[in-house]
Design a protein around this ligand. Structure first.
Ligand code: GLN
Length: 261
């Protein structure tokens, strides 16, 4: 009998999909397939409820402020309770950029409007007067292992973590959560949020496999052994991104226009 498929709930594939969001899901699918495992993807769009226990992993990608406003309203109305129960039950989640902001308590956008978040990560975000853009390299820590993770960031939001959440990693080069405290992303239980995108999982297979391991533990009830893969191409791609980030160095948040009143 073939092993059961891993069940991914893809939140708002139509609205929250800038940069490499679909590519990240393709990586999860391929890395499972190379190990003889299947990924079953369920799109969860506007109006669709989240049924706790129905998925092992959730993915919420990036979006611009106007897409986030639509999604924030629908999340609060149809999905927030289900998502909170799902992750409390051990489901994993990866929330990227705009998705990271909405995984927190809320996001105050560039026009000052407040969007509610789901509250699966203890953090809050307020848009600043400048955008934090560029290659980003961090030293991430998950399950007691530390690894270099590299990608690209492009956000106006400044995110501050509360005591219920720790950073995914510390910024080596780039801005990170707010360009001030040296932290990047947020982790609580099996939920990961990050500003790293474009393309995050294709060049950071350790992160992809950590999520796969967590989601399979939810699916099977015990942590699985994952066969190692040849990641030389992925490692080379990550080295290019990390070198680009290093060429620009650690960057504080730029001072721009006067902050909004
Ligand atoms: N709208 C958010 C910001 O600019 C997120 C952007 C994104 O997802 N790339 O902070």
């Amino acid at each position: 009998m073939s092993p059961p498929a891993l069940r991914l709930g893809h939140l708002y594939p139509g609205e929250m999909n800038i940069y490499a969001d679909r590519g990240n899901i393709a990586v999860l699918e391929r890395r499972l397939a190379w190990r003889g495992l299947a990924l079953e993807v369920t799109p969860l769009g506007v109006g669709d409820p989240v049924e706790p226990g129905a998925h092992d992993l959730y993915y919420l990608g990036g979006g611009q402020d106007r897409d986030q406003a639509v999604v924030a309203e629908d999340l609060a109305r149809t999905k927030a309770d289900g998502l909170r129960a799902a992750v409390a039950g051990g489901a994993a989640a990866l929330c990227v950029c705009g998705g990271f902001q909405l995984a927190g308590h809320g996001y105050t956008g560039a026009d000052g409007s407040r969007m509610p978040g789901v509250g699966i990560l203890d953090l809050d975000t307020v848009a600043g007067p400048t955008r934090l853009i560029g290659d980003l390299a961090i030293e991430a820590e998950l399950d007691g292992e530390r690894r270099l993770v590299a990608g690209f960031e492009n956000h106006a939001g400044r995110t501050r973590l509360g005591p219920g959440c720790r950073p995914l990693g510390r910024v080596l080069d780039g801005h990170g959560n707010n360009g001030e405290d040296g932290g990047e992303g947020g982790v609580a239980g099996r939920v990961i949020g990050t500003y790293l995108h474009g393309p995050l999982l294709p060049r950071n297979p350790w992160l992809a496999d950590t999520l796969i391991r967590w989601a399979l533990a939810h699916r099977l009830g015990e942590p699985p052994e994952l066969a190692p893969l040849d990641d030389s191409l992925e490692d080379a791609a990550r080295a290019v991104a990390a070198a680009r980030a290093a060429a620009r160095g650690r960057r504080p948040a730029p001072r721009g226009r006067a902050p909004r009143a």
